[in-house]
Design a protein around this ligand. Structure first.
Ligand code: GDD
Ligand code: MG
Length: 364
């Protein structure tokens, strides 16, 4: 079984995090989100993976290479212009045959691909779409099905008045390679807006695979932080949490007088100085330093970040190489790579700050 993973989007809803980092490389518990997806596929015996590449392909290719480091085979298929989900599949057609799985690269879930494939085969569908209930279907692709599971309607990003169900496309579908024939070459084309509605219009069998398993699209900064809260809370079952609630990577040193509570995950070579308070959910990447009496809670911090003495950080995402100087306050904010928050500055809650910005007292 092969899986085509769509990794080519520009991830504008993840700005400013995605300016230097394509969405599949955004760290989740300190490893790229795409690595978690590949592990998920491997758990279901799917070991041949095609990455449909576009935005910042080089960074994804240099990390995943031929896949051998992850015990899978990875092929890279490149789009010079974004071709959409179906255009991406057509562009990768030389790798695809029989039945294959298509996945979005921003979904972390407990979806049971094995059971889903069994349903796909049993119903002899042309496509089987995993579906999941959400509060607001307008942000997703709405999927209506009858009592037998047969899909009757697919509507991408419905307007509020068009919402008839809370079940949406979970961003995972099995398809028969035969349908690639009807997808135009080198043209932007979408499974969600073109292929699924067209299969339904021609009365071809499309089935839903409804699931109530854990599922999240981490494609916005808010959902990215929520994903970390959920994972550290044990909501996604396939993530086995360590028995210890405080875990630090190799070479980290944690002073004796550090207070911690909740789940805290630190990368390698972190230095936590006396008096620091680390309240989970908290994830910190490699090579970070937290100075005396700084207080961190409910936050995701990437690599090489320095948190100054008595700084307070909560409900935030702090990307690589940020420098938060002494006594600053960062609440409910997202800081791109290399942001400096000057000493004593309070960052306005809700701020999203571009890479390299120096937030100085004058800008308060
Ligand atoms: N190769 C390639 N080419 N990949 C692309 C392109 C493209 O032109 N455009 C987007 N992608 C990738 C993105 O990188 C992402 O992994 C995936 O396709 C989905 O794109 P999103 O931009 O995250 O889509 P969405 O979240 O608005 O909607 C999709 O996902 C929902 C579930 O989260 C749709 O499939 C919805 O129907 C679905 O409900
Ligand atoms: Mg998405």
């Amino acid at each position: 079984m092969k899986a085509l993973i769509l990794v080519g989007g520009k991830a504008t809803r993840l700005l400013p995090l995605s300016i230097n980092t394509p969405k599949p490389m955004v760290p989740v518990l300190n490893v790229p989100v795409l690595e978690h997806i590949i592990i998920h596929l491997r758990q279901h015996g799917i070991r041949e993976i095609i990455l449909a590449q576009g935005y910042m392909a080089q960074s994804i290719e240099s990390y995943f290479g031929d896949g051998s480091r992850f015990e899978v085979t990875v092929h890279h298929s490149y789009e010079s212009v974004p071709l959409g989900s179906a255009g991406a599949a057509k562009n990768a057609a030389r790798y695809l045959s029989d039945t294959f799985l298509v996945l979005n690269s921003d979904i972390i879930s407990d979806l049971d691909f094995t059971a889903m494939l069994a349903l796909h085969r049993q119903s002899k569908a042309k496509a089987t779409i995993a579906t999941i209930p959400v509060e607001d279907p307008t942000k997703y692709g709405l999927v209506e099905n009858d009592i037998s599971g047969k899909v009757s309607r697919f509507l991408e990003k419905p307007r509020p008045e068009e919402v008839t169900t809370n079940m949406i496309n979970a961003g995972a579908w099995f398809v028969e390679a035969g349908i690639l024939q009807d997808i135009p070459e080198n043209t932007s084309y979408s499974f969600e807006r073109n292929v699924f509605p067209s299969l339904l219009a021609h009365a071809l069998p499309v089935y839903a695979f409804p699931s109530s398993d854990y599922w999240i699209d981490m494609g916005t900064t808010e959902k990215y932080l929520q994903l970390h809260r959920d994972l550290l809370d044990g909501k996604c079952r396939r993530f086995r949490l360590p028995a210890a609630r405080f875990v630090a990577g190799a070479g980290s040193d944690i002073a004796d007088k550090v207070q911690t509570a909740g789940r805290v995950l630190l990368g390698a070579r972190c230095h936590i100085l006396p008096g620091a308070i680390l309240n989970g959910p908290l994830v910190m990447g490699d090579d970070c330093t937290v100075a005396e009496d700084a207080s961190l809670s409910d936050t995701v911090i990437w690599r090489n970040v320095r948190i100054g003495r008595s700084a307070v950080v909560s409900g935030s995402v702090i990307a690589d190489r940020c420098n938060l100087e002494e006594g600053c306050l960062v609440e409910n904010a997202v800081l791109g790579d290399g942001v400096t928050v000057c000493s004593g500055v309070k960052v306005p809650p809700g701020s999203k700050i571009d890479p390299g910005t120096i937030v100085s007292p004058q800008e308060r």
